[in-house]
Structure formats: structure tokens, C-alpha cells
Design a protein around this ligand. Structure first.
Ligand SMILES: N[C@@H](CCC(=O)N[C@@H](CS)C(=O)NCC(=O)O)C(=O)O
Length: 215
């Protein structure tokens, strides 16, 4: 048994953490939760009372939230070189937090068909959708990596989000976004992670096909 456990569903934001774990290269155990069943019951609720995946447990400590898990793993496994040295983390923190907060909120609200009124934009952390996306584009444009002279957990987290949003037509395919998504995902660990999750998805589907469905 590894001292690192990954709680996930293969069709979830857990895919980003799978990729991160494959980048880190440390052995880990996987616990797959069912939507609506094991995810919403003990013992998982003691891991994440929100009843959502992903989560990790490392050396007895639990971390939830994709962005936090990425930062945690980058620090816990420094040999993977996925975090710049602390004094050089301005862009690293800035764009990870910008993506997990304002960008995610802008997208969720947009996908739900809602946008703050002009009078309310001051109190929303992203202002409005177009402003958030234009800022996002400026953060990525003109450099190979978002936070250092090499690939870091910031590229993994931001790249995973850009890639997801492009795949689901939630983000306009501006060349900056398309190139960045392609560049960040062009890595052996990304492809390994995709394969491992695809295997789990196939297993889940095979089990479901064998389960009698109500008439
Ligand atoms: N803010 C959380 C979001 C996690 C999340 O929303 N996970 C979804 C899957 S992508 C989930 O577990 N949904 C199950 C549910 O809410 O029942 C994070 O970054 O980890």
C-alpha cells in the first residue's frame, strides 16, 4: 500500500490530478467513487464533506480542490521540478489562483446562462465573462510556459482547464488558447493519465452493462 491515495472518478476533474500524479511519478493507490453513491456517503464524506472528487491522502493528510492538490504535490515531490523556487512564484500563484477562482466562476455562470449585471460586476471576482477571458489570454500569450522557463504545475492546471473548456466549446478557440492547450498536453504523463482513466471508464461501463436496468 502506498502512502498516497487518490480518490477519483475517471470522468471528473480527477483527470487533472491523475495527470499531476503521473508527472510526479510516486506510487499511489486509487479509490474510485461512484457519482451519487459512495461519493455522498461515509467513509468518503470524512475525506471530503463536500462529497466531490478529486481528493488525495498523503502521509495521513487530506487535500481537496484540484488547484490545492496540484500545488501540494508539486511541493511534496520537489524532484519532479513542477514548482519554481518560492521567491520566483509570483506568476505561479497568480495564474493558478486566477484560473481556479475567477475563470472557473466565469465559466460556470456562463454555462448556466447567467452573467452579472453591469451594476453587480464590481462585486464579482471576475467582473464579467469577456473581461475574465481577455485577461486569461493575456496571461498565456507570448510565452512558452505561464510561470517559469519550464513546465510547472501552473501549466498543468491552467492547461488542463483550457483544454477542457476548448473541448466542450466553452472557450472561443483563439490561437493563444489552442496552442497552449496543445503544448501543455503534449507530454508522456498526460497521455499515460488519459490511458489509465480510459481503462477505468471502460471497466465502469462494462460493469454497468452487466447490471440489470429497471424496465
Ligand atoms: N472545486 C472542486 C470541484 C470538484 C467537483 O466539482 N467535482 C465534481 C466532478 S468534476 C464532482 O465530484 N461532482 C459530484 C457531485 O457533486 O455530486 C475542485 O476543484 O476539486
Amino acid at each position: 500500500m502506498a502512502d498516497l491515495t487518490f480518490y477519483t472518478h475517471p470522468q471528473s476533474r480527477g483527470q487533472t490530478i491523475r495527470w499531476m500524479l503521473e508527472e510526479v511519478g510516486a506510487p499511489y493507490d486509487v479509490e474510485v467513487l461512484d457519482y451519487g453513491a459512495t461519493m455522498k456517503a461515509e467513509p468518503y464524506l470524512s475525506i471530503n464533506p463536500l462529497g466531490k472528487v478529486p481528493a488525495i491522502r498523503h502521509k495521513g493528510k487530506v487535500v481537496t480542490e484540484v488547484a490545492a492538490i496540484c500545488c501540494y504535490l508539486a511541493d511534496a515531490f520537489p524532484e519532479a521540478n513542477l514548482a519554481p523556487p518560492p521567491p520566483e512564484r509570483a506568476d505561479y500563484y497568480r495564474w493558478i489562483f486566477f484560473t481556479s477562482g475567477p475563470v472557473e466562476a466565469a465559466f460556470s455562470n456562463k454555462a448556466a446562462g447567467w452573467e452579472p449585471t453591469p451594476e453587480r460586476q464590481r462585486m464579482f471576482g471576475y467582473g464579467n465573462f469577456d473581461l475574465a477571458i481577455d485577461t486569461f489570454e493575456k496571461a498565456i500569450a507570448g510565452k512558452d510556459y505561464i510561470a517559469a522557463d519550464h513546465f510547472t504545475a501552473a501549466d498543468l492546471f491552467v492547461g488542463a482547464n483550457v483544454n477542457f473548456m476548448l473541448a466542450f466549446n466553452l472557450l472561443e478557440p483563439r490561437p493563444v488558447f489552442v496552442d497552449y492547450a496543445r503544448r501543455t498536453t503534449d507530454r508522456p504523463a498526460y497521455h499515460r493519465a488519459k490511458e489509465l482513466d480510459a481503462q477505468l471508464i471502460a471497466e465502469i461501463q462494462a460493469r454497468q452493462a452487466q447490471t440489470p436496468q429497471p424496465a
